[in-house]
Design a protein around this ligand. Structure first.
Ligand code: FCB
Length: 445
């Protein structure tokens, strides 16, 4: 396959999506912008973390990465060229508020205004993520996500951004993958601030939920038109065998990974079965809490297979993935996308759903020939269409990612883009998957 899919098949797939379906791609500020210290930007926790020897696989950082900050107009043209009708990007908190609160950095806002205006001029709908992992370092020094004040800091930041952009942006994502912020940052420690302590991770997760609620209220107060969502990383948890023990392990994996955030956001408090397992490290209850979501965003990459592990806190452990894998070592499992969409629709009935991220890393070369990603997209878009046929209110799909970019602690070792980036010259080359996406999105629109 070269990305030149037989046209009838491609049109048949595109035809399965309703009129008005949102054809998007997604990125995040730290992964693509570069210009880490330009025009008054403050440091983020990633700027600082990447300097620690050994924490980033290739020893590099997002200081320059794709240089999207300077190549903004070219990247906007690329998006238009790809036929996208929407673009999900994130605001770097420390670009607009270098100390995280207080002093405003006007050039930072000017950049995002240019970005939003450029999208609208090209007929592309902006979806803005307020927090995609790059906390201002100044706030980290005040306790970061462990600080009791952080919901208020986040709400102040949100209201400022919405006051600036809310006349042109309707769709807001408060937080990207709070599960990762909490557990990669504070339990496995592979993300900043590199802490390894489950009790801390649970406090951070709690503060993230409170920040979401405070942020959502601030967004709505600043713009009556605003629609508020959150992006959760969700994966089906499947048992390794038909045994009752493995079944229970899968229930706990689902509880800790998926229900831990879904239940509170839909007004049910923390899942009691998982709270009991956490025991003395469990956070305080979230009574009366509701995420008040206009839409739920799901980031989907793979499923997890788990088995019983009686000696562990939560009683389960993951099995190594099998079958066809992406370069991340993640199983390629499109059925899991349909499964998670149906399950969330059935169990939580969100008003609207978006796939706010889905995509795959493969070892692409500069020729941009990536048949495996074409196949990945084709099978996952099909799974999304199946879910729509089943009655799921799925309104859009954002492919991760527009560009190859800085993949967090894995540095530049993984490429997820529809567009290849040469990190030396910053040159962009549309891959076969980008051409496939263009055909699909164009036919779908
Ligand atoms: C998600 C992140 C995104 C990207 C993809 C591969 O967890 O939200 O920034 O790194 O994984």
């Amino acid at each position: 396959m070269t990305g030149a899919q037989p046209l009838p098949a491609l049109h048949a797939l595109a035809g399965r999506f309703p009129t008005g379906f949102v054809w998007g791609t997604a990125t995040a500020a730290y992964q693509i912008e570069g210009a880490w210290n330009e025009d008054g930007k403050g440091e983020s926790i990633w700027d600082v973390f990447c300097r620690i020897p050994g924490v980033i696989e290739d020893g590099r950082s997002g200081a320059e990465t794709c240089d999207h900050y300077h190549l903004l107009d070219d990247d906007l043209d690329l998006l238009a060229d790809l036929g996208a009708s929407a673009y999900r990007f994130s605001v770097a908190w420390s670009r607009v508020l270098p100390e995280g609160r207080g002093r405003i950095n006007e050039p930072g806002f000017a950049f995002y205004e240019r970005l939003v205006d450029g999208l609208l001029q090209r007929g592309i709908r902006p979806f803005v993520t307020l927090y995609h992992w790059d906390l201002p370092q100044a706030l980290q020094e005040r306790g970061g996500w462990l600080a009791d004040d952080i919901p208020a800091w986040f709400a102040d930041y949100a209201s400022l951004v919405v006051a600036r952009l809310g006349d042109r942006v309707r769709d807001w994502v408060t937080l990207n993958e709070p599960q990762v912020t909490a557990f990669a940052g504070y339990q496995s420690g592979v993300h900043p601030p590199g802490v390894k302590d489950t009790a801390s991770a649970l406090i951070v997760a709690h503060h993230l939920l409170l920040a979401h609620r405070a942020g959502a209220a601030a967004i709505r107060a600043a713009s009556s038109e605003a629609r508020v969502g959150i992006a959760l990383n969700l994966s089906p948890a499947h048992p390794a065998s038909a045994s009752a023990e493995d079944g229970e392990a899968a229930r706990m994996a689902d509880g800790a990974g998926n229900r831990w955030f879904l239940d509170p956001l839909f007004g049910r408090g923390y899942p009691q079965d998982v709270v009991e397992r956490y025991g003395e490290v469990a956070p305080p209850p979230l009574e009366g809490y509701d995420g008040a979501l206009d839409f739920l965003g799901i980031n989907y990459y793979t499923r997890n297979i788990v088995r019983a592990a009686p000696g562990t806190k939560l009683g389960f452990e993951p099995l190594p993935p099998e079958g066809a894998l992406t370069e991340m070592g993640w199983e390629i499992y499109p059925d899991g996308l349909r499964e998670i969409l149906l399950r969330v629709h059935r169990d939580y009935a969100p008003r609207e759903l978006f796939i706010t991220e889905s995509g795959a890393a493969f070892p692409d070369g500069p020729d941009g020939d990536d048949p495996a990603r074409v196949e990945y997209l084709e099978s996952h878009f099909s799974a999304a269409a199946d879910a729509i046929d089943d009655g799921v209110r799925l309104r859009g799909y954002f492919v991760w990612s527009l560009l190859d970019n800085f993949e967090w602690h894995l540095g530049f070792t993984k490429r997820f883009g529809l567009v290849y980036v040469d990190y030396e010259t910053k040159q962009r080359t549309i891959k076969s998957s980008g051409r496939f996406y263009r055909q699909l999105a164009t036919a779908g629109r």
